[in-house]
Design a protein around this ligand. Structure first.
Ligand code: NAP
Length: 244
């Protein structure tokens, strides 16, 4: 199957890691369905890149925490442009606070955006993937915070640990369909999500003594999507510079 025939759905493609994933995959010749919520400055450059590479680019605007909006947008896109080969669940937020001071809204919005979105995104697209009777790939962007826990991030860690559990169970269910499900757990990556204060605090704990670039996470996504990764499923790959 030609890469251009492989459509990859990416949530949170407007900024940070998701935008690097979209650019990397288009550069590699995949067709992309780029989801975004509120930012649209990325659209023109991404369209130019897709045109230059001769691949298809669809733009889908919806809130990943809105179950009905997600289903409608994804079902319409599949009906118009065909089934996805790959899905990258990347959109996410943080609302950090020490647990005693964490509001119910901070808890709920992080769980809805980061964890419920797994259901909201993957559920509408998975039956069409199965029915296509072709191999497929699901890649979930979780976090080292979901593995190790982190001060001030009970909501975020819960959402990211939940994603790992969901992905592992789905990997077991979809194995016989030749659809792999894997997670990537970034450490600290240079995006809008990360403040200078976090960078200064965490740098001494990273073996490589620097924070990561969005493109370095995108490279791991590209690997999981590749033919070469066909026998890898139910895994969590940390892209964290060796956090100690
Ligand atoms: P970012 O720069 O803040 O970008 C977040 C992206 O998610 C944006 O494209 C945003 O879309 C989208 N998004 C947020 N809420 C959304 C919603 N309700 N509906 C639809 N889209 C929504 O963050 P990032 O650092 O690239 O993070 C990407 C993923 O990596 C997240 O899951 C994050 O938890 C994970 N991660 C990041 C780091 C890090 O150090 N940066 C570390 C570990 C894990 P709009 O701009 O269009 O609103």
């Amino acid at each position: 199957m030609d890469k251009k025939e492989k459509r990859i759905l990416i949530t949170g493609a407007s900024r940070g890691i998701g935008n690097a994933i979209a650019r990397t995959l288009i550069e590699e010749g995949y067709s992309v369905a780029a989801c975004y919520h509120s930012s649209n400055a990325f659209i023109e450059p991404l369209q130019k890149l897709a045109e230059a590479k001769g691949v298809n680019l669809q733009l889908l605007q919806f809130d990943v925490s809105n179950r009905d909006a997600a289903r409608t947008a994804l079902e319409e896109d599949i009906a118009a442009h065909g089934v996805y080969y790959g899905v990258v669940c990347n959109a996410g937020i943080t609302k950090d606070a020490p647990f005693p001071g964490m509001s119910a809204e901070d808890w709920d919005s992080v769980l809805r955006t980061n964890l419920d979105s797994f259901y909201n995104i993957v559920h509408p697209v998975v039956m069409p993937m199965i029915q296509s009777r072709k191999p497929g790939r699901i890649v979930v962007i979780t976090s080292v915070s979901g593995i190790n826990g982190n001060r001030g991030q009970t909501n975020y860690s819960a959402s990211k640990a939940g994603l790992i559990g969901a992905a592992k169970s789905l990997a077991v269910e979809l194995g016989k369909r030749n659809i792999t499900v894997n997670c990537i757990a970034p450490g600290v990556i240079e995006t809008d999500m990360v403040s200078q204060e976090i960078i200064d605090y965490v740098k001494p704990m990273i073996a490589l003594k620097r924070i990561g670039k969005p493109e370095e996470v995108a490279a791991a996504v590209s690997f999981f999507l590749s033919e070469q990764a066909s026998y890898i499923t139910k895994q969590v790959l940390c892209v964290d510079g060796g956090m100690v």
